[in-house]
Design a protein around this ligand. Structure first.
Ligand SMILES: NC(=O)c1ccc[n+]([C@@H]2O[C@H](COP(=O)([O-])OP(=O)(O)OC[C@H]3O[C@@H](n4cnc5c(N)ncnc54)[C@H](O)[C@@H]3O)[C@@H](O)[C@H]2O)c1
Length: 356
């Protein structure tokens, strides 16, 4: 089988992680990465031997001057690629769409772009099949991905009626905290609902969901608190089972000392995760409460990593190399090392083995 040749345009928070993940797949090859700057991030990538490209002609000279060996421009990169993952900042990607189309290369965009850009928004467990062999899709943002994963799990179990959530968002990513952080305050979003709830409906159209978002003065990740009306009265165990049955949701417990956002950041480092990444939604098992037909729960979204497995699956869907969503998800998760319980995954596996 020929490997899918993948280009990454924009080597920032998301681009560098997609590049790492592509290199772990046995059905993909990294054709190269492109960017327009020459700072330490690009210099490290060049030192690691990644094929580097100047995404704009004027970027090539300064990149070379910074010691970055250049394999060509964006056109050369696209010419040797089957699919490009655009990881450039908001609004830049939309301009690139015509360039990718002209080169005849399939394209994946990210959550900074609007649904209208591609007409298709992607979360693997919800709508992989509808992305098969399309020319482009948009992997939705970190928060929207978490909403689709969790509410999608309750919906699949026939339990979801309506959901209301509050999102406490990180102010900036760590690498640019010097330039784009807030200190000692909270900034409520000016519009209710915040865009994440409506955005989740670009993937699951009939979700009854409202979100309110607040930007807080930290940079590690996002915290969501949810109040969900269920279709009927049920038990805590049934709600937990619905989450456990869905991929890419992992349980954490305050009884294990995981009591705050910084706890999982430390845990990921202790587990030896690359870049300390958490690709799963971390849902507090012992905080979840169910009262009749009402469920209440809290989870953490590690924004820098959650969309990476989705992006790998989107590459398989667009190229059609794997027509089955579950098989692609399983392959991606095994290659990255996702779990459904950071401390007790072995217990879950044993329980599943015993279930007839
Ligand atoms: N940061 C997150 O937590 C996060 C999470 C989910 C989705 N996203 C989305 O992913 C996309 C990328 O975000 P990011 O956080 O990785 O951004 P980033 O700022 O970390 O990285 C963007 C990179 O693109 C480069 N770039 C700028 N203009 C370019 C051009 N014309 N051509 C090629 N490269 C160019 C920049 O130099 C930078 O290295 C956005 O759509 C964003 O909304 C971000």
């Amino acid at each position: 089988m020929d490997r899918i040749r993948v280009a990454i345009n924009g080597y920032g928070v998301i681009g560098k992680r997609v590049a790492d993940a592509v290199r772990l797949q046995d059905d993909m090859a990294l054709a190269g990465v492109a960017d327009v700057v020459n700072d330490y991030r690009l210099q490290v990538a060049a030192q690691a031997g990644l094929p580097m490209h100047a995404a704009a002609p004027q970027a090539e000279g300064p990149m070379r001057a910074a010691g970055i060996a250049i394999a060509g421009g964006l056109a050369e990169l696209l010419a040797k690629s089957d699919v490009v993952v655009d990881c450039t900042p908001k609004k830049v990607a939309a301009v690139n769409k015509g360039v990718y189309e002209a080169a005849g290369v399939k394209a994946i965009f990210h959550g900074g772009e609007s649904h209208a850009l591609t007409g298709h928004s992607f979360v693997a467990q919800a709508n992989y099949a509808s992305a098969l062999r399309r020319s482009s899709t948009r992997v939705v943002s970190c928060n929207t991905t978490s909403i689709v994963r969790t509410l999608g799990a309750l919906r699949t179990a026939g339990l979801l009626k309506r959901a209301r959530g509050t999102l406490i968002r990180r102010a900036s990513d760590p690498w640019e905290a010097h330039a784009d952080g807030i200190v000692n305050t909270l900034v409520p979003e000016k519009v209710i609902p915040s865009h994440q709830g409506p955005d989740a409906r670009t993937v699951i159209p009939d979700l009854d969901v409202v979100t309110i978002a607040v930007k807080a003065a930290h940079n590690s990740s996002h915290l969501h608190t949810w109040w969900v009306e269920l279709t009927r009265a049920t038990t805590r165990d049934e709600v937990l089972a619905a989450f456990r049955a869905a991929p890419r949701i992992a349980f954490v417990r305050s009884s294990d000392g995981i009591v705050a956002l910084n706890s999982t950041v430390e845990l990921m480092a202790d587990l030896g995760r690359p870049r300390g990444d958490m690709w799963e939604v971390a849902l507090w098992e012992d905080v979840l409460a169910v009262d009749g037909d009402q469920a209440y729960y809290t989870y953490q979204v590690f924004n820098q990593a959650i969309v990476i497995p989705e992006t790998i699956d989107a590459i398989r869907a667009l190229t059609g190399i794997e027509p089955d969503a579950a098989r692609s998800i399983a392959k991606t998760d095994a290659s990255l090392g996702l779990t459904r319980d950071f401390l007790r995954d072995h217990e879950i596996v044993r329980r599943e083995e015993q279930t007839p």
